[in-house]
Design a protein around this ligand. Structure first.
Ligand code: SAJ
Length: 402
């Protein structure tokens, strides 16, 4: 059995490596020559704990190799990005290009799977494309969609143990794809059709976005009502059937803040709640900026001098070094640019340096600043003690005092 993975990013590379631990031969394809060279030398170009050791193992075993071009295989996996074009419209041109790149290699009995997050109908579109170019393969190859659900940082465990949803363009395709994934997935493999599998991925991340928006909306209401939102949510969650998430600075990363648009751009009239949740979560960062600016103004009026400000955390969620689409970074950028204060200390304990922010160590910033703004709930911040001599804006629940 030989498998070919197109796209060696945050999902494609780990999946190819883990599959190579269980099957004879895997070729991982990427258009970036640096990625291919690095990977073949046993170096990981992404950050994922434990993955580099696994990469070296499968290279030594002879079951994994990276390449710039696809090769004749028994199964092909499309794991490339689906970015936006225009106003949050999904752009499936990478999926299409990756599909075109494997079409010449396809033969009777092969399996073709899309893993990339995709708008509903993409798998059927790619099936049409394949059969347009290779009509003799109609009914003779197996085509399915199988989204990933792993949490970055815990990929080795989740890739193997999470349940997966697998949807073929027909029953035989679903079964063939299930058979492949069963070689390295211990979680249950749930069979469905391609459109449901595509929608399932979008639904999972939209559901979380909507739930976080509810928590963020409560934070706006509680600020007006003079109620501690953290205490409110803790108490409401004592109800046996209520489970409210936590408010924060907004929603970041490359998944939850992105995938809902795949629904809203295709079904605008039917997705009012999902669209509103996106707006609320985006607005949360602006609301935080306003509150910081107001606190600076009030300090100046009360003390007759401008305050120094500490901005604690840039990553999009706690205890990681990933700043992609981070609302904390967006807030810090805006405050550094517009707040006319003598000193701003930017703190991100998970990275050594940053090209636009001068970073300060956690305790130094906490000691020196008049106003301390908690943006991301990193562990070193959670270890700090409350200080009555500071103005603390706690947007991510470090002390949960206001
Ligand atoms: N957040 C809150 N409040 C909360 C929980 C999270 O504001 O109570 C914020 C975080 O601070 C962060 C954002 O939400 O900015 C997203 O973080 P996350 O940990 O919820 O999710 P991701 O983006 O790291 O990974 C998600 C996961 N999806 C779900 O939990 C439904 C993961 O399983 C998916 O594989 C991944 O998206 C993906 O690739 O789609």
């Amino acid at each position: 059995m030989k498998a070919c993975f197109i796209g060696l990013g945050y999902i494609g590379l780990p999946t190819a490596i883990i599959a190579a631990g269980k099957i004879d031969s895997v070729v991982g394809v990427d258009i970036n020559p640096d990625v291919v060279e690095m990977t073949n030398k046993g170096h990981l170009h992404i950050i994922e704990p434990g993955m580099e050791e696994l990469l070296r193992k499968v290279i030594d075993k002879g079951s994994f190799r990276a390449s710039l071009k696809p090769e004749t295989s028994d199964a092909y996996f499309i794991v490339v990005p689906t970015p936006f074009k225009g106003d949050h419209e999904p752009d499936i041109s990478y999926v299409e290009a990756a599909t075109r790149s494997v079409v010449p290699y396809l033969k009777e009995g092969d399996l073709f799977v899309i893993e990339s997050t995709s708008p509903v109908g993409t798998t059927e579109k790619m099936a049409d494309l394949i059969f347009d170019l290779r009509p003799e393969l109609k009914g003779k190859i197996f085509i399915a969609y199988c989204p990933e659900r792993v949490l970055p940082g815990n990929v080795i465990h989740e890739l193997v143990n999470n349940d997966r949803v697998i949807g073929g363009i027909d029953f035989q395709s679903t079964e063939k794809a299930k058979d492949f994934y069963s070689k390295f997935v211990n979680g249950e493999l749930h069979a469905t059709d391609a459109r449901t599998a595509e929608m399932c991925k979008l639904t999972e991340n939209s559901s979380r976005d909507v739930q976080i928006a509810f928590a963020n909306e409560l934070s706006f209401i509680c600020k007006e009502a003079g109620i501690n939102v953290w205490e409110l949510i803790k108490l409401a969650n004592k109800h046996p059937r209520v489970n409210i998430l936590q408010p924060g600075c907004g929603v970041g990363g490359h998944c939850i803040a992105v995938d809902p648009y795949f629904i809203t751009s295709c079904y605008p009239a039917q997705s009012q709640l999902i669209a509103k949740a996106r707006q609320i979560n985006n607005y949360k960062a602006e609301w935080c900026v306003e509150r910081i600016k107001n606190a600076i103004l009030k300090f100046e009026l009360d003390n007759g001098r401008k305050p120094s400000v500490a901005l604690m955390g840039l990553a999009f969620k706690p205890d990681i070094d990933d700043l992609r689409e981070s609302p904390s970074k967006q807030i810090a950028t805006e405050i550094v640019k517009t707040a006319m204060v003598p000193e701003i200390y930017v703190v991100e304990p998970n990275i050594a340096s940053h090209n636009s922010f001068k970073l300060t160590e956690t305790n130094t910033a906490y000691d020196k600043a008049d106003i301390v703004v908690f943006l991301t709930a990193h562990k070193p911040f959670r270890d700090l003690s409350w200080r009555d001599d500071k103005i603390i804006l706690d947007f991510c629940g470090i002390f949960k005092q206001s």
